[in-house]
Design a protein around this ligand. Structure first.
Ligand code: CA
Ligand code: CA
Length: 436
């Protein structure tokens, strides 16, 4: 995004009518209706009973009960902002590409320049034992605040955001904050890049550049269903970022992060591709906000070429089943499942397709957890499939060992597929534009 002109779209008014093409709810989810050229009305669909943790209690209906006056079709950022602020329950159809009509230069204030920032905090000048402070860091923070105000859009309770065919949300962070009952489906999310990454020489052994924005952030929220979306860094991949102070200039954060005491979330049939920090469930080891929460189901997602956090979990009872993992290269790959503080991951019937250079012991990483249940998982290397005991393989290489019982058995699911079918089913049907 830096220096690049973003799409300048005309400010079209929010319209209060569902698209004419849509069939009635009676035809929802019917492949026959779809084949007949009548797409089901995705805006009125609700999370099926028992479909993961988001079906607990009151379930997840989003804006499905919206009266006609609360149904919006949005084609640009201003329209999306207006629809999110409109009375609920609300259904928001995203049409076409929604982008940010400003550049990074438009957000920079108080004399911030990357050149100035690099000059001020070069380890040769600033050292490596304290975080940046002073005028240039203040200018960076103020610039970041201006970008946040423009691109971080709050999603309120009782909302469904659903993409019409080809819908894309680019350079924007949807923030489901202190909300209940939200559905986000059938949207391509691209490149929620931070214009003002922060250098932290004390993060890790060599320091890190950290960025603020996820494509979707879920904080302090319950009953959220994230389904059939595609997440990528678009035309701004990490591989094309520069290296400063010997570390990659990381402009991205998560693709779908679920934190700050969120609970009852189902993440299903999404495609997550070519990204570093993909899905964080729990952002702090402090138990005050998250212990007993962060119940999340992650099923039938495709992870293709991602580096880490698939997902990384703290505290939560997280059911990870029937996902398709593709790891093409050991080079950038770090791990798939991050076993964090008091996490209770139940990893079941997933399919891991690894290149020969990837060590299967690296599918798990211990971030301070103690145990994980793994059953029915399948490993494919060099065209050959075989069962893999994730915990045993991890323990053979690492100490301390992880326990093999996360202490719970998931009951909220609509059926676990055999791992053998996961590769075909998920690669065919995960992501935006694939709802049957
Ligand atoms: Ca995040
Ligand atoms: Ca061991």
């Amino acid at each position: 995004m830096p220096g690049k002109a973003l799409l300048l779209s005309a400010a079209l008014a929010v319209t209060a009518a569902a698209p004419m093409l849509m069939a009635g709810p009676a035809e929802a989810a019917s492949p026959t209706a779809e084949q007949a050229g009548k797409p089901a009305d995705l805006g009125r669909q609700t999370l099926p009973p028992n479909d993961g943790w988001a079906s607990a209690g009151t379930g997840t209906t989003g804006g499905a009960a919206a009266p006609a006056s609360n149904v919006h079709v949005v084609t640009d950022r201003a329209g999306l902002v207006a629809a999110l602020a409109s009375p609920g329950p609300r259904i928001i159809y995203v049409k076409g590409v929604i982008d940010v009509d400003k550049t990074c230069a438009d957000f920079a204030v108080d004399g911030y320049t990357l050149e100035g920032y690099l000059a001020a905090y070069d380890p040769a000048v600033w050292g490596r034992d304290r975080e940046p402070s002073g005028p240039m860091e203040d200018a960076r923070a103020a610039s970041a605040a201006a970008q946040t105000k423009y691109i971080k859009l709050k999603v309120p309770s009782d909302t469904t955001i659903v993409g019409l065919p080809g819908a894309t949300i680019r350079h924007i962070n949807l923030h489901v904050d202190k909300a209940d009952n939200v559905i986000i489906r059938n949207i391509r999310f691209e490149d929620a890049a931070d214009c003002f990454p922060q250098w932290d020489p004390t993060d890790g052994d060599e320091g890190n550049w950290n960025s603020l924005y996820d494509n979707i952030s879920v904080t302090g929220s319950t009953h959220v269903w994230i389904d059939h979306n595609t997440f990528t860094d678009g035309d701004n991949p990490d591989s094309e970022q520069p290296v400063y102070f010997g570390r990659p200039y990381q402009v991205h954060d998560g693709q779908a992060d679920i934190t700050v005491g969120s609970d009852f979330v189902t993440v299903s049939w999404n495609k997550f591709a070519d990204h570093d920090k993909t899905m964080l469930i729990g952002s702090t080891n402090n138990p005050a906000t998250d212990r007993g929460k962060l119940s999340v189901t992650v099923h039938h997602n495709e992870f293709d070429g991602n580096l880490q956090r698939l997902p990384r979990v703290r505290f939560g009872k997280v059911h990870v089943y029937n996902n398709y993992y593709q790891v093409p290269d050991a080079g950038p790959f770090e791990y798939a499942l991050g076993v964090g503080m008091e996490s209770q991951i139940y990893a079941e019937n997933n399919y891991f397709r690894l290149s020969r250079s990837v060590d299967p012991a690296d599918l798990l990483y211990n971030w301070g957890g103690t145990t994980l249940t793994a059953k029915g998982n399948l490993l494919r290397v060099g065209g050959k499939e075989k069962p893999i005991d994730l915990v045993a393989v991890y323990n053979a290489k690492n100490d301390p060992d992880l326990g093999a019982d996360a202490g719970w058995t998931p009951v909220l699911h609509t059926g676990i597929d055999p791992a053998e079918t996961v590769r075909r089913e998920v690669s065919r049907h995960a992501g935006a534009g694939k709802i049957r």
